[in-house]
Design a protein around this ligand. Sequence first.
Ligand SMILES: *Cc1c(COP(=O)(O)O)cnc(C)c1O
Length: 393
Amino acid sequence: MRKEFLPFSPPLIGEDDIAEVVASLRSGWITTGPRVERFQEDFKEFIGAESVLALNSCTSALHVALAALDIGPGDQVISTPMTFCSSIHVIEHQGATPVLVDVEEDTLNINPARVEAAVKANREVKAILPVHLYGHPCEIDPILDIARRHGLAVIEDAAHSLPARYRGRMIGTPSPDDDVTNLVAFSFYATKNLTTGEGGMLTGPQEIIDQARVWSLHGMSRDAYKRYTAEGSWSYEVVLPGFKYNMPDLQAALGLHQLKRLPEMQRRRRQHVEHYNEAFKSIEEVQTPTEREHVESAWHIYLLRLNLEMLNIDRARFIEELRALNIGSSVHFIPVHLQPFYRDKYGYKPEDYPIAYREYMRMVSLPLSPSLTDDDVDDVVEAVTAIVERHRK
Ligand SMILES: *Cc1c(COP(=O)(O)O)cnc(C)c1O
């Protein structure tokens, strides 16, 4: 057994990241400024996005996306129960109403056929908010097609999917369909594939990103950097009751070098995934994750599903036993419709989304990070194998 506890998703911070943060501190400019500008430029080029906006979180990115699209009271937004609560909170923040639809069995991503049915069954749908869960792109083409036919916007939650591809297109590049307004929100939270501690990025068409920028900083028509430096002046106009969601240079400093290291970090992530897949494929009591043929997953999370009918313990006990063997793990996610706020407000029952509910009951996210060593991954494999052997029916 391992001597030290293995955290579920340890960040990989390099000396170049640390030096850049120190340089930002010494420069005298610590809030939104030159490093954010550079990070935005580099990110835009990396993704191939039309326009980008750096923010202090993905939640902020999703929120200003809805605000910039003028989605508010009386409007409905279609999304998935199998996500982090903040994907749905932002709909509530805008006074709009979430309409949740169930997921596909293999990827646990939103099911386009159910999206189509929900668009037909509800009168006030203005947007679809799909999530690329675990880094595996959802079926975005059918969703964009539904959006085009019904005049809806598509706001993608890409918190897990940097970098990921769908039919060769990087997630975050402009929609191939000019008729659909398409925004994409990324997260740089501590556990994500690229981290700035906290942070996010919104990509999309120039015009909407410009509007989102105004919403993101007090509704002011110019940003602080331009106001207080030689380039700008003291003057500004407040045109909207905006939020305070800008990314500071201290955070952008952390992202600049990680973006350069990202391809290498992803290669390492994929090696760990293959290592897990290889080790678990012969164990009948567990199910390994799939990757559909036409996508490249960002492999943010390695989701193991337990075939509970073959074991004499439940998922909670499985996690406890992993912990006892010094292996950290997690669950992604407790479906939103089970959370008291949403359950009580909308009267959801667990079985309203039967696939999300059933799969939630048997899922465990195993440690996955480029900072893991091959020995760490071996330790996880050993622990999972030991628990299965102990509790096989
Ligand atoms: C992490 C996460 C978010 C929120 O990201 P923040 O940057 O922490 O706001 C949103 N959606 C999903 C699916 C996430 O995992």
